[in-house]
Design a protein around this ligand. Structure first.
Ligand code: GLA
Length: 312
């Protein structure tokens, strides 16, 4: 059997999740896939990416570093929810780049949680799956993340943006216009969030740092405006909203880096009508929105220097 969880881009609403704010992610057509079957008394998973097999006890005792700690985190959270002690033998693979700001850790946890729940007959309601996987990620990596990536992986649907209220996980889907291309350009600067200032930003925000707070407040307004703009298919408004979002991440939240600012400029010069970094920042990817007819030209122009793909 196989279980799949998609990566995501976030159209707008960055770093708002752990502040109980709004976000507008889109599940993309790159994903993490777990394949496997029930086994006797332990959980064994082979990662194709790392060419490594990890074993975790049914109570979640396992590796404390590397990708295996994420597996152990999910196993432990599911055990705490009363998952029957059913073992698993399988592989994890997929075509979602890791550390690129495309929600790969979230998708990784969700794919594993779906597989392990399924073989043990545990039926988690979607929002509980989201929250369980968020806790597993925070527990295993120490990154005090919100639920954006897990929510996009569980609740996102192809061709739709997910309007997400992170205070309650209330959500609804908004269809994307057919002729809107969502492109992803990878800066090539990959990172692990625990090695960035991600946790510092959250601390600064909670301590009331004025520019950090200003970013969250203005970003929540931008999400609301972006939902209206999407529903009206108002691309000029989307362009302004994404530009303001990029500036706020650069100046107020200070999570952009010159390479991402530059890639945003290049995407706009190449013919995208809107662009900004997506995900936590500090590296990773930029999203570029383009009229579908122009998308091949934008991809061609950016592909000379970056890995680019059409995500939606
Ligand atoms: C990462 C985290 C998310 C979220 C984003 C920024 O993807 O995992 O919880 O905070 O950064 O919006």
């Amino acid at each position: 059997m196989t279980w799949i969880a998609p990566g995501r881009v976030n159209l707008i609403g960055e770093h708002t999740d752990y502040a109980g704010g709004l976000a507008l992610p889109v599940a993309i057509d790159r994903s993490v896939v777990v394949a496997g079957k029930p086994a006797a008394d332990r959980i064994r998973l082979h990662s194709e990416r790392f060419d490594e097999t990890v074993t975790v006890a049914l109570d979640g005792v396992g590796p404390e570093d590397g990708w295996g700690r994420r597996l152990a985190g999910v196993v432990a959270e599911l055990a705490a929810l009363g998952r029957e002690p059913v073992g698993f033998d399988g592989t994890i693979a997929g075509d979602l780049p890791a550390g690129a700001g495309l929600g790969s850790s979230g998708a990784f946890g969700v794919a594993i949680a779906k597989a392990l729940s399924s073989v043990a007959g545990l039926e988690l309601p979607p929002l509980e799956l989201v929250e369980t996987c968020r806790r597993a990620e925070a527990r295993s990596t120490g990154v005090p993340c919100g639920a954006l990536d897990q929510a996009a992986a569980v609740l996102g649907r192809p061709g739709h943006a997910l309007v997400l209220d992170c205070s309650s996980l209330e959500h609804r889907l908004v269809p994307l216009p057919d002729d809107l291309a969502v492109l992803v350009a990878d800066s090539g600067i990959h990172r692990r969030l625990e090695e960035t200032a991600y946790a510092d930003r959250r601390r600064e925000l909670e301590a009331g740092h004025s520019r950090r707070v200003r970013h969250i407040e203005s970003e929540n307004e931008r999400v609301q405006a972006a939902v209206v703009a999407l529903e009206r298919d108002d691309r000029a408004a989307l362009a302004e909203i994404l530009a303001a979002g990029q500036a706020s991440l650069r100046d107020d939240y200070e999570v952009s880096i010159p390479e991402l600012d530059c890639l945003v400029e290049e995407a706009l010069r190449a013919g995208a009508f809107a662009a900004r970094l997506t995900g936590a920042g500090f590296g990773g990817c930029v999203i570029a929105l383009a009229d579908a007819g122009r998308a091949p030209a934008v991809v061609a122009a950016l592909s000379r220097r970056y890995a680019v793909f059409r995500a939606v």
